[in-house]
Design a protein around this ligand. Structure first.
Ligand SMILES: CC(C)(COP(=O)(O)OP(=O)(O)OC[C@H]1O[C@@H](n2cnc3c(N)ncnc32)[C@H](O)[C@@H]1OP(=O)(O)O)[C@@H](O)C(=O)NCCC(=O)NCCS
Length: 248
């Protein structure tokens, strides 16, 4: 029979400090089972995350179900989402996804300018991060804050990180850059160029622009390929206008 859960996923506060040992023990057993690194944090550290409103906790009633925390680095230029754990009995029902979503929202709210990143060896986390808009990057793109990398000391693979002068390890680095949101996509760019082109055509009809070189003006707003594709794409009126004007 399918188990019914009533799970809430919230930003953790001081009222959740009672779950700290359980969270750390669950991380510890998961780390031992996987045989790969999950950096362990002290109980005090997890407690401070909760008190600072920098952690997300999932509870099934009052039973611990999952956890994750955030921390800023390099003077708030970066935020890491770390320590993701879902208790065994709650795995495979999309809980990690919900926790990561909440941690992502919390990171964006607290540090809107920061790049958000995480390190992982797990496919589940890679999938979730990709859905949130993260991209895989080399370690060179991450914070160079010594304190962050010090946190890897408790990982079983720390020697690899040290051997490579912190340039690579078994974890994949994934990063979300809020600047990516601001960039217009290629469709928006094309639309922008078409609008400029239409405005220019209007102006071209006025006397003041009559002496302006057609070619140089066109090149200002569009690439040669874009112009020819615009003409190809059923915009014969503009094509004709250009031809007529060009002959004048
Ligand atoms: C990894 C972990 C957090 C996943 O939690 P979860 O709640 O079971 O994950 P979800 O149900 O939200 O699944 C998210 C996606 O990952 C996939 N997934 C989940 N566990 C997976 C696994 N072990 N291997 C491959 N894919 C997995 C799911 O199918 C889902 O993909 P979909 O969106 O394509 O369906 C959980 O297994 C865990 O706590 N493991 C031990 C600690 C750990 O590894 N932490 C990560 C440190 S970076």
């Amino acid at each position: 029979m399918e188990k019914k859960h009533n799970i809430t996923v919230d930003v953790a506060g001081s009222e959740h400090v009672k779950y700290v040992s359980e969270i750390n023990n669950t991380i510890q057993s998961a780390s031992e089972e996987r045989g790969t690194g999950i950096a362990r944090r002290t109980d005090d550290y997890i407690t401070s995350k909760m008190n600072e409103g920098k952690a997300v906790i999932a509870l099934d009633g009052d039973i611990f179900a999952g956890f994750c925390y955030i921390e800023s680095w390099s003077h708030n230029k970066f935020v890491a989402n770390s320590g993701l754990i879902v208790a065994k009995q709650y795995r495979g029902i999309g809980l990690a996804k919900q926790i990561k979503q909440k941690a992502f929202e919390l990171s964006r709210k607290k540090f809107p300018e920061a790049k958000i990143f995480g390190l992982t060896t797990g496919l589940a986390v890679m999938k979730i991060n990709s859905e949130l808009g993260y991209k895989p990057v080399t370690f060179s793109e991450l914070t160079d804050d010594q304190a962050f990398w010090k946190g890897c000391q408790s990982c079983v693979n720390y020697d690899i990180l040290m051997r490579t002068q912190r340039s690579k390890c078994l974890c994949t680095a994934m990063l979300y850059n809020p600047k990516w949101e601001e960039k217009p996509n290629s469709q928006q760019k094309t639309e922008g160029k078409i609008i400029s082109f239409k405005k220019w055509l209007k102006r071209k009809n006025s006397k003041e622009d009559d002496n302006f070189s057609l070619k140089s003006k066109l090149k200002r707003v569009m690439s040669v390929n874009a112009i020819s594709s615009l003409f190809r794409n059923n915009n014969e009126t503009y094509a004709e206008t250009i031809t007529v004007r060009n002959k004048q």
